[in-house]
Design a protein around this ligand. Sequence first.
Ligand code: FES
Length: 335
Amino acid sequence: MKDERELTVQFRPSGHRIKVIPGQTVLEAVLAQGYRMPHACDNGVCHICSATVLDGELEKDALVNVMRCGKAQVLLCRARPAGDCEFELNALWGPNELETKKLAMQVKSIESLSADIYRVILLAPAGQNPEFFAGQYLQLLIPGLDSAFFSIANAPGSREIELHIQVHSDQQSAVTILNYLRDNPVVKAMLPLGNSYLASVPDTDVILVAAGTGFSQMKSLAEYLLANEYSGQITLYWGVRQREEMYLRQWVETWANETSQLTFVPVSADNKDNEWPGHHAELVREVLAKGHQWANSLVFVSGSPTMVYTALDALGPSGLPEHQFFSDVLEYAPR
Ligand code: FES
């Protein structure tokens, strides 16, 4: 129940809401509730904490620039709400969010995993471990390309980033990326990106469903859970059209055999038609056939939009609450 003395402050465009005790500045409330935003002097001098007032009233004596609601700039280290308020503030990160940063990374190694999949290891400068949550992705900043997005395939906590890059000879952008990584000792990357991740260890089972190189995101999630005192069960489904496309199958089977909490379910349809979508349905059928406790499970799905929505449409009626289904596709290809 809301404390009568508490006020609500909402931020746009993020939609974050915080509670503010009367007399508290917005910045004090933001920091006290684990959020982060730019601030320096905390005293109305540097103006780095300025925000636009969209709605609400502020205590007059706490303001630097304006006294009442309206499209006005205020300093959040001085602004004390007199009622519920709404601000526009682009730089605000919640307790489970990380700031996206540009990082120059050394190309440490490029290794062929199959006929067209390469494992790329990038190394951050000493003392600058890349910050990301398991399940997030990055963008490689390759000149002339704005679509070099790749899931991070390892768990957070080290200087290294592992990527699985598929390179068909007829896909010019993938060829350009691979050649750039081969020719340049350092590549810049923007990270972390994506909202399909685990910021902390859940107390539920975790179902990981991947098609093709979508496996890389699932590898990061499983590695993170198994390294962090997770007590539930992980089931990893990996679907491909042809058996030889499962580029780390043997490695995953060994991993699952040695790890009682990890069950691996490979699904290969052995159909040579690259356009054939049947393996999506096959994969989802396998997931449903296992009969998981959906109400007590988190499900992460990575693959084409067709595959992800096939899974979503099947799992919802089976009892999986919508907020327990995660996929980057929901963000970049909403229907
Ligand atoms: S933090 Fe410097 S003006 Fe607010």
